[in-house]
Ligand binder design. Sequence first.
Ligand code: PLP
Length: 420
Amino acid sequence: MDKKNKSASTRLIHGKTVDPSWDFSKHLVPPITSSTTYRLESTERGHEGFKEFLNPHSDKPIWVYDRLDEPNCMMLENQMADFCNGEVGVAFSSGMSAISSLFLALLKQGDTVLAHRTVYGCTHNLFQNWMSRLGIKVIWTNLLDLPLLSSLLKEHTPKLVYMESLTNPTLELLPLKKIVATIESYNKDTNSEVVSAVDNTFLTPHILKPLNMGIDFEIHSLTKSLSGFGTEMGGMVVCSKKHEISLKLVRKDFGGVLHPSSAWSILQHGLSTLEIRLKKQQESAAKIASFLEGHPKIGKVIYPGLESYEQKDLATELLTSETHGFQPGFLISFELKSSADKSDTFLNLIAKNSYSITLAVSLGLTRTLIQMPSLMTHCTLDADDQASSGISRKLIRLSVGLEDPQDIINDLKSNLEQTV
Ligand SMILES: Cc1ncc(COP(=O)(O)O)c(C=O)c1O
């Protein structure tokens, strides 16, 4: 291509057109890509790219447009699929985009979903308010009650059973293997294809791998532990290859794509530091939970690592791995003995005085965050829904970060003392 007789402005746009330095195969760290569209050498190749997207059969994708597929996202998807022991990962712009896209990919008007009674507030809202508008019915249930699950499956013939592996914010564990066995036995008896989905954001695939237990879809908000520093938003669904296209078609047409620079950051900074962050966070969480449990102003502490944890046996079964031992997570929920307004006073004191604990929503970050679900993340649930989700007005959720645990304890202690 002759560019000599082209004007400076045109040359400033097109440069060398194709530069040999664009072969990045020698980079130690993959480059951040930020080209939303791609040069197609011929109409045939352009058409091939669209066909390949709809029916992928080669390992060498033809990049066409970022809303279809994109190199940084694809690297992250492959890494997450490997991490979760799934066949494919599909990345989205946020955890909520991953959850809503899974619904759109699997369900249509008239379908029913069984969902565990306690989920993240926006997930509750999505199911209750938006899915009902599309004619998709969500039945809230208690998935700890397996005979109830059996009878609901028979009564409602749902398409999907939905849950969080460790519930937000009540930190309840779900017996995933038994739930899968109940669904499988129903499927076998009735020749049905009910599938299961687990939001594993609170535990991460480092602690628990739901797909190994027969769960069909593992969902993550990448915004939390998997990115870890509070700088990126993202979501991911990991599943078997047969669901890849429908999820990618939803992403293409509804547009919830993950930004390549976020995919790059989650891949390079988040995933590579996850194990070491979790180790420190869990060591600290154990100390902080014991401190809270022994404090005279605290009425109740929920932490899967405590002896007093109600589902101690299930915690040991689900959260123990040969390679990493027992890993009870980094989230602690607790209540003060006194009334809800004293809990508000305590959190306001934290917001004002605390150096190592920040009053903020989100979790899994390097910074320790504290919040009150009834007034914040779950405030769109009405009082009845909060009660049936087990969320009391005064429940406090703490996400332990990487600070020195003694600093966190000191901040809790001094602000509890001032709460009168
Ligand atoms: C368990 C759980 N799932 C999903 C989400 C939604 O993730 P995002 O904020 O990335 O949309 C959250 C957010 O807090 C969450 O706690």
